[in-house]
Design a protein around this ligand. Structure first.
Ligand code: MOS
Length: 694
């Protein structure tokens, strides 16, 4: 068993410790750090989707007053490793996707850089490209594994036989579009080359992971790259890995050695250069007896990757553990296209996968004539169906029941398309949510008792707007048995002890565990009355429980949807999420994570779709005029609550991750509610008005 902490500061709804600095504009984001005599970079992007650059004429750009350098593949510093082709920037004349960097201007002002970039004349030898995903492609292939390291396919029992003999079946195909992360702070960095190393002020989910990714690319020892990222304006996964813009900024910094180079992607550039969620085509087949007990689940996924680098999303992975069925099969097949490489977007895998699976469950409930909550409860597995391990704390049923009570589910008429209010069709829907409890290796924390009689707690963790500054302070206070005022937390850079990336909702689990280990070591070494200067460090310990238990968070998403009977306009006046996520460190910041995730789920349900024009290979609607995300007026009464829990198997705090589970299942709940409102089953996101017009 894990030695759990007694919570004191943990559980308090503390205001964000970084709130004042952010509100007063004194918290520096990546581009705002004070540096001396900065230069500004503007990139030149490929206007073909595949081929070669045959000539670049930089003369007019170079002649512009204020231009300091123009770099292309012909003169850029050489990189050391092409293992990651996304980061192999300006090293050859090859063009692999439209929007790829083919050059950059570095100038005294951003305006001059932009103007000069426009003057660069690039000539191409285009090759035929192929940027369109569809289900009947002949070149679909099975990747070796899916993100981060799951088996590509699973097969248990005999799905085909079970489906053939099932009393009730569902066999439908669901699609989700390409989607792009749009954090408020665009991807930005300041790069400085001095004394044989880089200093990089970056907007990243992991300072250390940027360092360890870039070091081999530049052939440098990791210590020669210093990354500083105390405040980050959102990421959602798009800042979880270093991208080409980091490399380009560093190449530029080397070219103008001694002066810092500022580079911020524009919103439009982000649509080619910061990753995206792959579109998916998902066939889900369910077989059940008349009482809704599942006999078979099959989930077959088609998605895309880029031809030059593989990212295989784990879309069907949640289906492996979600419900009990003796026969289960999941597969993932990819098309490698001439497109930018997909990457992480909040709950990669679970988000699109649970959309398809949870709409299919709703369809099964309708087919069986069983309430959708009852259907899920009937298929609740006692242990993880995939691994056979006991759950560390699965309380999906508790979430569904508590949600039903709060949402007023008992009053629901199960018949679709029977409720109307002032010309609007009204319906309600439910879907389950889940997210794994990931642990990433490598985090370390140090604690020093200062002259000011406060504990300086240091770890290179990231706060991308999630509340890390506050939550880790609360954890440190309880671990040391002192008030939160006695903690001085330092996070957000590689000068601090190693920290794993803020990804997979693993941050608090990993960093908190390292801090608790350091605090316990500190007390063992220095007792309760330390002297100024006493210091100790500790690595995050292994958690043997993680091998014995299946650690996942769960949730139940409820939505009320109004669809206008004449126009198909769709509104979501009410949503409720109930979550089972272990102990909540800070209810205020946690609630913000949950409702933020649900908002992003509503956005996925109703708005988001990147439209890739296969003729040219680029995203056409690459700005907020064309790529819609919800505004305040789109969000109704949105509430998130959680069960009072402590997970004794995940970490000493008893917590699990909460950053991603809020989005999972939200789109399915809305789609299910839209069906209940209208009787029209839409299986293709987003749920736009045209899809509800008969
Ligand atoms: Mo999150 S998509 O794991 O950064």
């Amino acid at each position: 068993m894990i030695d759990l902490m007694e919570p004191h500061a943990i559980g308090l709804p503390l205001d964000r410790l970084d709130g004042r600095a952010k509100l007063t504009g004194t918290a520096p984001y990546a581009l705002e750090h004070r540096v001396t005599q900065p230069l500004y970079l503007h990139p030149v992007q490929a206007t073909i989707a595949r081929g070669r650059v045959t000539a670049i004429d930089c003369a007019a750009a170079k002649a512009l007053a204020g231009v300091v350098a123009v770099i292309t593949h012909e003169n850029a510093p050489r990189l050391a490793s092409d293992e990651d082709k996304e980061l192999w920037v300006l090293q050859s004349n090859e063009v692999r996707f439209r929007g790829q960097f083919v050059g950059a201007v570095i100038a005294e002002t951003p305006e001059i850089a932009l103007e000069a970039a426009d003057l660069v004349r690039v000539t191409y030898a285009p090759q035929p490209h192929d940027s369109e995903l569809h289900a009947d492609r002949q070149d679909l292939y099975a990747p070796e594994q899916v993100n981060p390291d799951y088996p590509t396919d699973t097969n248990e029992g005999d799905v085909e036989a079970a489906l053939a003999s099932a009393a009730v079946t569902v066999d439908e195909t669901y699609t989700t579009p390409m989607e792009h992360n749009n954090p408020m702070e665009m991807h930005a960095c300041i790069a400085l080359w001095a004394n044989g190393g880089f200093t990089l002020y970056d907007s990243t989910q992991g300072a250390h992971s940027v360092r360890t990714t870039l070091a081999p690319v530049f052939g440098l020892a990791a210590e020669r790259i210093k990354v500083i990222a105390p405040y980050v304006g959102g990421g959602f996964g798009s800042k979880g890995t270093a991208h080409a813009h980091n490399v380009l900024a560093c190449l530029a910094a080397r070219s103008v050695a001694g002066r810092p180079v500022k580079f911020a992607l524009t919103r439009q550039q982000m649509f080619a250069l910061a990753g995206y969620r792959t579109p998916t085509i998902q066939r889900v087949r369910l077989g059940a007896d008349r009482d809704g007990h599942l006999t078979a689940i099959a989930h077959d996924v088609i998605e895309q990757t880029s031809r030059f680098k593989e990212f295989a999303e784990q879309t069907a992975v949640p289906t492996r553990m979600m419900y009990k069925a003796p026969n289960r099969r999941t597969t993932h097949r990819l098309a490698a296209l001439d497109v930018p490489v997909p990457s992480w977007m909040r709950a990669p895998g679970e988000t699109p996968g649970m959309f398809a699976a949870e709409v299919a469950m709703d369809e099964l409930a309708v087919a069986c004539g069983i309430d959708p909550i009852e259907l899920r409860i009937r298929n609740e597995p006692e242990a993880d169906p995939e691994s056979g391990r006991p759950w560390s704390g699965r309380n999906l049923v508790g979430c569904l029941r508590e949600g039903a009570r709060r949402f007023g589910w008992a009053r629901r008429d199960p018949r679709p398309a029977v409720r109307q209010q002032d010309g609007w069709l009204v319906g309600t829907g439910v879907a389950s949510s889940t997210y794994p409890g990931y642990t990433l290796p490598g985090s370390r924390a140090t604690i020093r008792y200062g002259e000011d009689q406060r504990y300086v707690v240091r770890i290179g963790a990231a706060d991308i707007g999630t509340g890390t500054w506050t939550a880790l302070t609360q954890i440190a206070a309880d671990a040391l048995g002192c008030p939160v005022e006695a903690i001085r937390l330092e996070i957000g850079g590689t000068d601090l002890p190693m920290a794993s990336v803020e990804g997979g909702s693993s941050g608090i689990n990993c960093w908190g565990s390292a801090i608790v280990a350091a605090a316990r070591a500190f007390r063992d070494a220095h007792g309760a009355d330390p002297a100024a200067g006493d210091e100790i460090g500790a690595d995050m310990p292994e958690n043997p429980e993680a091998e014995r238990f299946s650690i996942h968070s769960f949730g139940a998403q409820f939505a009320e949807v109004h669809v206008h009977a004449d126009t198909g306009e769709i509104r979501v006046p009410r949503m409720l999420g109930v979550f089972s996520a272990g102990r909540i460190i800070n209810p205020k910041t946690a609630r913000s994570q949950f409702i933020g995730g649900m908002t992003m789920g509503l956005s996925m349900a109703l708005h988001e779709a990147s439209i890739l024009d296969p003729r040219f290979g680029h995203v056409v609607n690459h700005d907020f005029a064309g790529y819609h995300i919800p505004v305040n007026a789109d969000i109704g009464a949105l509430d998130a609550v959680w069960l009072d829990e402590c997970d004794p198997h995940s970490n000493p705090m008893g917590s699990r991750g909460i950053g991603e589970i809020g989005i999972v299942g939200a789109a399915a709940a809305i789609a299910n509610a839209a069906f209940h409102a209208t009787g029209i089953r839409v299986r293709n996101l987003p749920l736009t008005a045209d899809k509800f017009l008969r």
